[in-house]
Ligand binder design. Sequence first.
Ligand SMILES: [Zn+2]
Ligand SMILES: [Zn+2]
Length: 301
Amino acid sequence: MSQINLNFSSFEEIKQYFREQAKKLHPDKGGNRKEFLILLNWYQEVLENFKEKHKIEVVNKCPLIGNYLFSVLELTVEEIALGGKKKIKVFGEEIICPSCNGTGKRKDGLTKTCGFCKGSGSIEIRDERRNIPTYLNCPYCKGQGFLFTENCDNCKGKGKLRIQKEVYIDIPLGLKEGDIIFIPKERIDSPYDLYLEISVVPHPYFSLENNNLIYKCKIPFWEIILKEEITIYTLEGKESIPSKLFTNGSPIVIKGRGPFLKDGKRGDLLIDFQIYIPEKIPFEAKKLILEAVKIVKSQED
Ligand SMILES: [Zn+2]
Ligand SMILES: [Zn+2]
């Protein structure tokens, strides 16, 4: 199997070939398990090679000329930090417009008389030798004698349409706002290469900075004093960390809990916190706090 060196131009072709071969190896058709496993291995290898050959890459800028499309790709902070798959819309093959059957004209639109046959629908051809006229359907209006003049809304008069389809791409790790990723057309089975500029969707408390994840929060002063643990958010969800950590100043650095990076490492999670103190503290409360401070001081001495 692995000796077969086929040149595939798209993922779809590889899948198609695999499906056909897999069918042949079905036990009903006399295939066996061992051969099927060999095919499966081969398939995975070819897919990997194909991915390697047609890499999704981060580039500095788009080329000035070329047969490509440019668009903006919105990603959440989590998508950038964790990577994974992203569904995107791309252009696929060209089809004949179903609304106008490829004529490019509206079927119920305005018409004008065909100038070629002067509205008769047929043209006269004279046989020089016998000198008798023969009539043919006018090739211009296909014998109708009139032509539609309004463009088809669906294809804007082109007669053809590019169908849009949804494909999944692997999000490259280590992205940041404004990065441009290049997606080869082979990767998405499209006639065009794709350049996508990354735009990060604002998050209520997460942001990305220098390969680290920043978690912004406000912690009430009494929580730091009274609670053993304080709840924070990480990429893995809610988590409790010792409240003591909040007494050493901001930010708190949690090593290796930030975004996944290209080199297989992870950035850090930085807890950028502010201590929350209410603007107005009632006199009664102040009195009690003062009492508390007196007790604390007497213990320290
Ligand atoms: Zn005509
Ligand atoms: Zn059309």
